[in-house]
Design a protein around this ligand. Structure first.
Ligand SMILES: CC(=O)SCCNC(=O)CCNC(=O)[C@H](O)C(C)(C)COP(=O)(O)OP(=O)(O)OC[C@H]1O[C@@H](n2cnc3c(N)ncnc32)[C@H](O)[C@@H]1OP(=O)(O)O
Ligand SMILES: N[C@@H](CCO)C(=O)O
Length: 490
């Protein structure tokens, strides 16, 4: 299906009626969440997917507001024909509690003082963010989400959802994240926070409405953060050691290298879209995230009922693959239904925002559970068992195929002849098909998942599987080409 944008979208507001009880024991009143939705909720209210955003994301995940050239941050994933197919699913994304893109955060007005909260805003946790989102989901009238999905800090929220509200979702996809912030992750966040706090214009958080704000501190915090979202490889590819707007080294402290200029640009554009206090509060929430706090990780995840997908990025050194594998192991220990996918990418952590084909493929398989039946070829040339090698070669040549199922008179699969078998027949001077064909054929069923058969093909290094029923009746074939086609549709 051709992929389209969800088009122009509107931001909405939801006000939580009751006070929100926080993990710290404090409460927050008059909480508002900014959110967007894409697609339609079905009458059974069973097709809703909640997307949770990463550290500096917002509710605007797909489509566009004023400028079609500036789509939402996960436009590659959400829309008709994409993994989060809006012809099928009703997708919701809200800005987190503590954020600065329409949801209540430190830059919001404190109803008690009529001034911005600044540091009067209470410390919040990932659990608090999820608690607020649950109120939104209830307000929309959804009892059970089809899925909760998120990358990075969004993955923490999705995992927290699965732990805190196990009966409220069928599936959860946990991308490029961890179940427990590591010392290194906390360390990077603390350097970012100190950069803000030591900016004289931060002024103990009281900078709203002032002429000078902690631009420099926030910009440096983003520069540090941004380095961790890339990989050494991607930096080499983007910039190498190339100089920026000069032919020679400056021999002073001006910007020499392209990578420096790039980081400055990232810092400056971030300052235009983000609030420094929100950065402090949200990074703190990330640092506090620890689902193993009461013992082992498997203990922390024991209540999960949803089917889980864990996605890691091989070049992600901020949330390395090992942390996703720890999560996987803990879930497997609990006998939770879980699948693991690894994105192969040079991009580093931000690959979940960039790897269009792979991300769509693994998400769409998990969500739609694409089966062999969805992609197999059913009009398959076959050859009877008593044929000659030459007859097989003619069919394969005419039909431009490299695999030809061999069947008996009742269409029961007997074997398969491949281009390799034809070569063998010449070397071994065989003329009868039964002498060269492969008899021990690996097969699959219509209902097998694409995931499963892709693994099977890799394991046995084969590029084609006949599809059979329980009686070995041939129903079609599936090839690696068809699977590649499925991926390249994204
Ligand atoms: C849920 C969420 O996560 S939402 C938040 C996600 N969004 C962000 O994190 C925004 C900032 N992050 C990024 O830009 C991320 O790297 C991505 C993943 C979103 C985009 O990655 P890419 O498409 O690879 O873009 P890239 O990292 O190359 O940056 C391109 C920008 O750098 C600028 N740039 C590139 N080279 C240079 C240079 N030598 N000097 C100065 N600027 C440069 C480009 O002009 C472009 O600027 P623009 O974004 O203002 O148009
Ligand atoms: N680059 C993304 C991912 C960070 O985890 C963001 O800024 O939110």
């Amino acid at each position: 299906m051709k992929q389209k944008s969800v088009g122009r979208v509107k931001n909405k507001k939801f006000a939580i009626k009751d006070d929100l009880k926080l993990s710290s024991g404090k409460t927050l009143s008059n909480v508002e969440l900014s959110y967007e939705t894409y697609g339609d909720l079905n009458s059974a209210k069973s097709n809703a997917i909640l997307v949770c955003h990463a550290l500096t994301g917002d509710a605007h995940a797909a489509g566009w507001h004023l400028n079609p050239a500036k789509p939402g941050w996960w436009d590659m994933i959400i829309g008709p024909g994409k993994a989060l197919d809006t012809d099928k699913y009703f997708v919701i994304c809200s800005n987190v509690l503590g954020g600065c893109k329409g949801s209540t955060g430190p830059s919001s007005i404190n109803p008690e003082t009529g001034q911005e909260y600044a540091l009067d805003f209470p410390i919040i946790t990932i659990e608090d963010m999820v608690h607020a989102q649950k109120k939104l989901i209830e307000y929309i009238g959804i009892e059970k989400l089809y899925a909760v999905i998120g990358g990075s800090m969004g993955g923490m929220q999705a995992l927290q959802w699965a732990v805190s509200y196990p009966g409220m979702m069928e599936k959860a996809s946990i991308i490029a994240t961890t179940a427990r912030s590591s010392p290194q992750q906390i360390a990077f966040n603390e350097v970012g926070r100190q950069s803000i706090i030591s900016d004289p214009f931060w002024n103990n958080g009281e900078y709203y409405g002032k002429e000078r704000t902690p631009r420099s501190g926030l910009s440096v915090a983003r520069m540090i953060g941004h380095i961790t979202y890339l990989s050494d490889e991607s930096m080499y590819k983007k910039f190498g050691r190339d100089l920026q707007d000069r032919d020679e080294l400056s021999y002073d402290f001006a910007l020499d290298f392209q990578v420096e200029s790039y980081l400055h640009h990232q810092g400056e554009s971030f300052v235009r879209r983000f609030d420094a206090n929100s950065y402090l509060y949200i990074t703190k929430a990330v640092d506090y995230f620890d689902l193993a706090i009461n013992g082992s990780l498997s203990d922390g995840l024991k209540d999960i009922k949803a089917k889980i997908q864990v996605i890691a990025v091989d070049s992600d050194w901020l949330y390395p693959v090992d942390q996703s594998k720890d999560l996987l192991t803990a879930l497997q220990t609990n006998d939770t239904e879980v699948i693991y996918n690894e994105i192969k990418s040079d991009y580093g952590h931000d690959a979940f925002l960039l790897e269009n084909g792979q991300m769509n493929f693994v998400l769409s398989n998990f969500l739609s559970e694409n089966t062999v039946e969805d992609v197999m070829r059913t009009e398959v040339p076959t050859i009877p068992i008593d044929s000659t090698v030459k007859e097989a070669a003619v069919i394969m040549f005419d039909d431009e195929i490299t695999h030809l199922p061999v069947v008996d008179e009742n269409n029961l699969l007997f074997g398969i002849v491949t281009a390799w078998d034809l070569s063998k027949s010449i070397v071994e001077d065989c003329t009868e098909l039964r002498e060269v064909m492969t008899k021990d054929v690996k097969t699959c069923k219509c209902e097998d998942s694409i995931e499963h058969i892709a693994r099977l093909m890799k394991k046995f290094n084969i590029s084609c599987l006949p599809v059979v029923d329980d009686e070995l009746n041939l129903e079609g074939i599936i090839t690696t080409d068809q699977i590649s086609h499925l991926i390249s549709n994204y």
